[in-house]
Ligand binder design. Structure first.
Ligand code: AMP
Ligand code: GLY
Length: 427
């Protein structure tokens, strides 16, 4: 089967590598892909948000299947457009992608179907929001309704910070229309867990759990980023927690979406916080997470394409999705200065990779035979092993063999997970 993958980051590289190893996969196109992905797929310079361009290309090449991974094309209705043109797709329709596209929608869904989440108030008027925030408990969490490149959440420690966030979202429109409505949310505490799942709208099959490291600096200091590294599985996500999440969150969510006439098919991402009052939903994403996917897919034993076809066809079964019992670690190599100002254009030298090592390229372009950095997050150095400690050591050893001039990485990816494992063992 010839397959088209929409997107061009580390996540897409991981998806493409997994699809490539499928028994039934033929030619793979990436739109737009990147200089590193070009090793594994034919990259076509069509933007992920150019829905007409994507449909035109898919028709022209007569592709058999399409996989849409980034949030913006999904929210724009890329799957609807491709399916309308007769191309079967993996990914939710526009009506279902709203679960990520509007935080007000997802909050109302959770309220209506009693799915555990942070308490919140919605505001359409900045003055009303500011009046409410005068007497609100702090820290307070302020969220823009729509997509905001992962920057739409502000944790305000006092009224001044909260007011500044409301003004920038609702008055200065820093995220455009995305900030015309906001949520003010109760601040939750506890370990965070990412759970990606496959769902065909009827059943939901969770993938191995993972832990993101969102802050730029060691010890979870510094600015929020798109993710500086991940580990899987997440030791906080015990079997008991998993069972509770399935009963109270995962199944109720897909049933709620179906009841609303918005059947969700694809990868549904649950961003969870394990509070002392039980697991609660922090956010839903309508897609694979990045860099979570970079540790989850290397542990997948089953054929990704078969799973995706079953999701599309509504014939998903639990026994189709098998993960190894091992662990994985992804260390992101970024350009020094990310997520603020950074330089690009430096040559990347990549080592040969062994059987349990993967390099997923996120921000690089080809210039002749040379691969040059072109983004903030440049690549993920990933390794799998029987246990987490070894996976972490192998991922760092791999990262040390990769070179470009202004490479920056966190040195403590996975250390919190190791500490939690140790605490579990001592219990
Ligand atoms: P998001 O952009 O939705 O992934 O949110 C970014 C981060 O903000 C999350 O990973 C959490 O660490 C934090 N966050 C979001 N909502 C809350 C909340 N209600 N309480 C505490 N932290 C939160
Ligand atoms: N790693 C978080 C996300 O993909 O949104």
């Amino acid at each position: 089967m010839d397959i088209l993958v929409v997107g061009g980051g580390g996540r897409e590289h991981a998806v493409i590598k997994a699809l490539k190893s499928s028994r039934r996969s033929g030619k793979i196109y990436a739109l737009p892909g990147n200089g590193g992905i070009a090793e594994d797929a034919e990259c076509i310079p069509v933007k992920a948000t150019d829905i007409d361009g994507i449909v035109r290309f898919a028709r022209e090449k007569n592709v058999d299947f399409a996989v849409v991974t980034p949030d913006d094309p999904l929210v724009l209705g890329c799957v609807d457009a491709l399916e309308f043109a007769g191309i079967p797709c993996f990914g939710p329709t526009k009506d279902a992608a709203i679960i990520e596209g509007s935080k007000v929608f997802s909050k109302e869904l959770m309220k209506k179907y009693t799915i555990p989440t942070a308490r919140s108030e919605m505001f359409e008027d900045p003055e009303a929001a500011i009046a409410y925030l005068k007497d609100a408990p702090y820290p307070a969490v302020i969220k823009a309704d729509g997509l905001a490149l992962g920057k739409g959440v502000v944790i305000a420690k006092d009224f001044d910070e909260a007011k500044a966030a409301v003004n920038s979202m609702m008055v200065e429109h820093c995220f455009g229309k995305s900030g015309s409505r906001i949520l003010v949310e109760e601040f939750l505490e506890g370990p965070e867990v990412s759970v990606l799942s496959f769902t065909d709208g009827n059943i939901v099959v969770p993938m191995v759990s993972s832990m993101d490291h969102k802050r730029a600096k060691d010890g979870d200091e510094g600015l929020n980023t798109g993710g500086m590294g991940t580990v899987a599985p997440n030791p906080y996500y015990t079997e008991e927690v998993a069972k509770e999440c399935m009963e109270k969150i995962f199944l109720p969510t897909i049933q709620a979406m179906k009841a609303e006439g918005r059947t969700f098919k694809g990868c549904l991402y649950f961003g969870l916080m394990l509070t002392k009052n039980g697991p609660k939903v922090i956010e839903y994403n309508c897609r694979f997470g990045d860099p979570e996917t970079q540790v989850v897919l290397p542990l997948l034993v089953s054929d990704l394409l078969e799973i995706m076809l079953a999701v599309r066809g509504g014939t998903l079964r639990e026994d189709m999705v098998r993960f190894s019992n091992g662990a994985a670690c992804c260390v992101v190599l970024a350009s020094e200065g990310y997520p603020q100002k950074y330089e690009t254009g430096f040559e990347i030298t990549l080592p040969e990779t062994g059987a349990d090592e993967y390099i997923y390229i996120a921000g690089a372009k080809k210039e002749g035979e040379r691969l040059l950095t072109s983004g903030g997050r440049v690549l993920g150095a990933v390794a799998t092993a029987d246990d987490l400690q070894s996976a972490i050591e192998k991922a760092y050893a791999l990262a040390e063999r990769i070179h470009f001039q202004n490479a920056y990485m966190r040195r403590d990816i996975g250390s919190r997970a190791l500490a939690a494992l140790k605490a579990n063992a001592e219990k």
